[in-house]
Design a protein around this ligand. Structure first.
Ligand code: ADP
Length: 534
């Protein structure tokens, strides 16, 4: 244990000697003494004194004044002062000492036991205080480390987010070009062989897009950026849509597809229809992929039902190749497939079920898999949902009802896009709708065009060299010419991250279109913005 420095101040040398002798029994103290208050003050400033035993009656500065001086100096105000006095124990002296900042009194003639007990108790108090101080320092240090670690984690999260945004943009941009060109080619005269090539190209680019979406999904979930949007919807309609879609695919493979829906299944529930569909789609896609003949069954059964809640189990059963029991344990891990031969024969990234498992967790549900190798597999997702009673679902837009695309009349559009394939494709599509098109390779050139010409609409890519799309939008939207400032702007965002799309609106964009985009969707957005303007 650390020694505590104790000062004895007494104008009489013999008192110092006797008190020092008395205190020799007290452990862990180092005694420093002085007969002169001025010298004692200097000792206190220079040394780490913890306790001072101060004689009250001294010629130049009395004990009360000495303690007041100690207490008025921030360097010495922590010292515990004990007054040593022969004066009567009257209250006025007691108070005077305490007011000056002393913590206790010792009365002459000194009682050895009391003196030793008091000093020992102050010494142990100082030790406890020291221990608390050290613990506080350690606590502050660990707090600092924690803040540092949190900042580092936040930094890592941000760089992952920007990596995601960039990767999403960089990969989606060329795919956008490919999908667009496929769209243009489809509308040209092709022989059967060429049409077949185009279809293969289409399916390859769609697979590529699916893989990218999977990688982005898993990264988004793992970095805590996947937000589940809850809404009221008809679970019956969702299941019908899913079955209708897969029935056709199953028919192509000569596999029977059946759907069994529990009559107890509520009509409407509150959850995330997109994520539920993603889970079921994944099960059925796998079932289709790994089944050569037989049957695939989608079943929705009610496990438990109360007034406001309902536990539903969605099960997909197939008569496919099945999964070996040792492989069953790892198929929910990212990038894991049943066995290596699966990749060679069936393709895939091993991400589908890992995403499904994470989505189920986000929805507070559970996933189960059972399989008999060579016989077939059953995958299920079970969760508890809030039941919704009176709810009118908004009619979704029937794609059949989209009017045939008429040509735009005298519409001049500026396309600001640095990727040549994309700007070529956009220019071509827009021209096929009768638009006059100018192309700018970056935001800076786009501004120059806007200053020079009047546009009915601007299509602005977000990531461009020299001047980004966001900066260019801000500049256009604050243009001194109100006509130019009000030109509608559609941002072409390759990012699937919500915050980047929100940033586009914040910058002043009127609409956002993703990459790759659906040409019909783009046509409708342009039509809407232009008709608003006229
Ligand atoms: P992948 O994209 O490779 O199919 P998944 O995560 O969807 O990735 O599936 C992981 C693995 O689980 C597959 O490679 C396959 O071995 C196995 N698997 C999944 N569903 C089935 C099924 N219905 N029948 C047989 N094997 C399956």
């Amino acid at each position: 244990m650390k020694h505590v420095n104790l000062l004895i101040l007494d104008d009489k040398e013999e008192n110092i000697v006797s008190l020092s002798a008395l205190l020799s029994e007290v452990e862990h103290i180092h005694i420093i003494s002085s007969t002169d208050p001025n010298e004692a003050l200097k000792i206190c400033w220079k040394n780490d004194i913890a306790i001072a035993l101060v004689d009250v009656q001294m010629p130049e500065i009395n004990g009360f004044e000495f303690v007041s001086l100690l207490k008025s100096n921030p360097k010495t105000n922590h010292i515990m002062a004990i007054m040593v006095t022969a004066i009567s124990k009257e209250d006025k002296y007691l108070l005077k000492g305490l007011e000056s900042g002393a913590v206790d009194y010792l009365y002459k003639p000194l009682n050895p036991e009391i003196t030793i007990a008091k000093v020992s108790s102050f010494v142990s108090q100082i030790h406890i205080q020291e221990e608390i101080k050290q613990k506080n320092i350690a606590l502050e240090e660990s707090q600092r480390q924690l803040i540092l670690a949190k900042e580092e984690a936040e930094e890592a999260r941000k760089s992952k987010e920007s990596f995601l945004a960039n990767m999403s943009h960089e990969i989606r941009t060329p795919i956008n070009g490919i999908v667009g060109i496929i769209h243009i080619l489809r509308n040209t005269s092709l022989n059967d062989e060429q049409r077949d090539w185009i279809n293969r190209l289409d399916s390859a680019s769609n697979s590529l897009l699916l893989i990218i979406n999977d990688i982005l999904d898993i990264s988004k979930i793992d970095s805590g950026m996947m937000r589940i949007e809850y809404e009221n919807f008809s679970i019956h309609k969702k299941l019908t849509d899913i079955s209708n879609f897969f029935k056709i695919k199953a028919l192509d493979k000569h596999i029977t597809f059946e759907t069994i829906i529990d009559p107890q299944l509520p009509e409407y529930i509150k959850s995330s229809p997109i994520r539920i569909q993603q889970i079921i789609d994944n099960f059925i896609s796998n079932a289709l992929k790994f089944t050569k003949e037989g049957r695939i069954t989608l079943k929705a059964s009610v496990v438990e039902q109360e007034d406001a809640q309902c536990t539903i189990k969605f099960t997909v059963t197939d008569t496919g190749i099945g999964i070996k029991s040792e492989a069953l344990e790892k198929i929910f891990l990212a990038f894991e497939q049943g066995d290596d031969s699966i990749t060679k024969k069936y393709g895939g990234t091993g991400l589908g079920l890992a995403i499904v498992k994470r989505l189920a967790d986000l929805l507070d549900g559970k996933i189960e898999a059972e399989s008999t190798y060579g016989v077939g597999s059953t995958f299920s997702f079970q969760a508890t949902f809030q039941k919704i009673e009176d709810f009118k679902q908004q009619e979704t837009l029937d794609t059949e009802a989209i009017p045939s695309l008429h040509k735009f009349d005298h519409v001049r559009i500026l396309v600001a896009e640095d990727n040549e394939l994309n700007s070529f494709m956009l220019e071509h599509i827009l021209k096929s709708w009768g638009c006059e098109v100018d192309v700018a390779k970056n935001g800076h050139i786009a501004i120059e065009y806007v200053n020079q010409y009047d546009y009915d609409l601007i299509m602005m890519d977000t990531h461009m060299p020299v001047m980004s799309g966001f900066e260019a939008i801000q500049e256009i939207k604050t243009h001194p010419n109100p006509q130019k400032a009000s030109t509608p702007i559609i941002t072409i965002s390759a990012s699937v991250l919500e915050h980047e799309q929100a940033a586009a609106y914040e910058a002043g964009a009127d609409s956002v279109i993703g990459k790759p985009f659906d040409p019909i969707d783009l046509y409708q957005k342009i039509d809407k913005l232009i008709s608003k303007r006229v």
